[in-house]
Design a protein around this ligand. Structure first.
Ligand SMILES: Cc1ncc(COP(=O)(O)O)c(C=O)c1O
Length: 467
């Protein structure tokens, strides 16, 4: 069988929360005074029902029936076997991928967009603001807001705004307003434009603008929605891994030996891998690889320390792997991987030695995407190509070792709106961007004054979230 499907009634009805099982729970966020903030201090930015999920250490959290109903438009997603790539590589490995490209916007992002829009609506919010890199998240939130009945404004990183014009049209079809970031509509955008008029923008800058927009709405009916990084976002994505586990069992596989996904802020990686990270904590033998670009090497070269999640320092301090909040990554086509930080839960799992991050150059990833398209067929998103580059490396390793490994990866999205990058690759105009050490050190130097994250000390949120 090349694809394993589940019935609608086999969809997971609870999300899995890794915070319950990590040997060291993630550190609390810190305020400007360096002290842990209380959950209610996040209330101007997020609705309290999502803040409760953010700070929760409960292992299983029920998925409301109305959210399941919306997700059932495209879930459960298929688990497919990449037989043609296996054959091409002459590998004894069995390669499976969870196909998240089948959602209406084309990626895993609506798994949390729907949940976030639903919880905001329950809380009486009428409008959401957000950032988007490649445009996948902006499309996903626009789609979710349309279905649930909320207004939506998207700040899209300028380089992607120019590289991916079709995504803007998708957002408009689903009723959202999309503008290029940095923009002249916010204080943080204007300040950056004054300092760097030609900046390609970054997710960190777009996040600053979207938060500023939300908190400055006097009506109190606007909140901000983040497409990755935070615990509740990762939580909503765990339907991916929970379904995959069931599907692998249906395919007769006991367990994967290698689990792989690309990681920008960490949400699709966490979604697929966290249920398997739980197995690893309990003693299962498997390797788990989050994959990033060499141009934005947060996990492989960035320190684990406290830093802001955005450029204008509007977010609290978060303990994570980071390249520094003022770091502006080179304009690679995988816009969704151009983020200076990494999810605190993913970062903590790296510190615990549960994950082994990898990084690959842009051209190598396009080569992997081309091989995928010419063997399996689908045209993958530039972000997803990073996972595929790692899958190919692992499959070749299995051939060299003569080992029958089971490799599982997340096909996080299709690349049908990202063809300009392929065009550049095909015409030989694509370049690699290696990050010089001096540039990295300069960026990290700028956050040296911020508190250090204790790597292995138990940290807890100071008080329970109010409901
Ligand atoms: C298709 C696709 N995959 C992966 C990512 C990376 O995000 P995350 O690390 O949150 O999964 C993005 C982000 O935009 C994306 O669009």
């Amino acid at each position: 069988m090349s694809a394993i499907y589940l019935n609608r009634d086999q969809m997971p009805t609870q999300w899995y929360n890794l915070a319950a099982d990590l040997p060291t729970p993630p550190q609390p966020f810190l305020g400007p005074d360096g002290k842990p903030i209380t959950p209610d201090m996040l209330a101007p930015v997020f609705p309290m029902n999502l803040i409760e999920q953010e700070v929760s250490t409960q292992r299983w959290i029920d998925i409301p029936g109305e959210i399941l109903e919306i997700l059932s438009r495209w879930r459960p997603t298929p688990l497919r076997r990449a037989r043609f790539l296996e054959k091409h590589l002459k590998t004894p490995a069995r390669i499976y991928y969870k196909d998240e490209s089948v959602s209406p916007p084309g990626s895993h992002k609506p798994n949390t967009a729907v949940a976030q829009a639903w919880y905001n609506k329950q809380f009486g919010i009428t409008r959401l603001t957000t950032e988007t890199g490649a445009g996948q998240w902006g499309c996903a939130l626009a789609f979710a807001c349309k279905l649930i009945g909320l207004e939506c404004k998207v700040y899209m990183v300028r380089i992607s705004f120019d590289q991916k014009p079709l995504r803007k049209i998708m957002m408009r079809i689903w009723g959202a307003e999309c503008i290029a970031s940095p923009s002249s509509q916010t204080n943080s955008g204007r300040k950056i434009l004054e300092e760097m008029p030609d900046t390609p923008g970054s997710l960190g800058i777009a996040i600053s603008e979207a938060i500023e927009d939300a908190v400055s709405d006097k009506s109190g009916k606007t909140r901000y929605s983040l497409g990755s990084v935070l615990n509740h976002v990762l939580l909503h994505q765990t339907v991916i891994g929970l379904e995959a586990k069931r599907q692998l069992a249906q395919a007769g596989e006991k367990k994967p030996d290698v689990v792989i996904a690309c990681a920008g802020g960490g949400s699709n990686f966490a979604g697929l891998s966290f249920p398997f990270v739980c197995d690893k904590i309990q003693g299962a033998d498997l390797a788990i690889h989050p994959v990033e670009p060499t141009a934005c090497p947060t996990m492989t070269r960035g320190p684990f320390t406290y830093d802001h999640g955005d450029t204008a320092c509007l977010t609290p301090l978060i303990a994570m792997h980071t390249l520094g909040h003022r770091f502006v990554p080179a304009p690679i086509h995988a816009g969704g991987l151009r983020y200076h930080g990494m999810a605190p839960l993913v970062s903590q799992a790296i510190v615990e030695g549960l994950l082994e991050p990898r990084s690959y150059d842009q051209i190598r990833c396009y080569e992997a995407a081309m091989l995928w398209a010419s063997t399996e067929g689908p045209i993958c998103a530039p972000e997803t190509s990073h996972a595929i580059a790692c899958v190919i490396e692992e499959a070749i390793k299995a051939r060299e070792e003569g080992r029958e490994k089971v490799i599982l990866f997340n096909f996080s999205g299709h690349g049908l709106m990202d063809l300009l990058g392929y065009d550049k690759y095909l015409s030989g105009h694509l370049t690699d961007y290696s990050l010089p050490d001096e540039v990295l050190q300069k960026s990290i130097e700028e956050i040296k004054h911020l508190p250090k994250a204790p790597a292995k000390k138990s940290g807890r949120w100071p008080t329970k979230a109010k409901s």
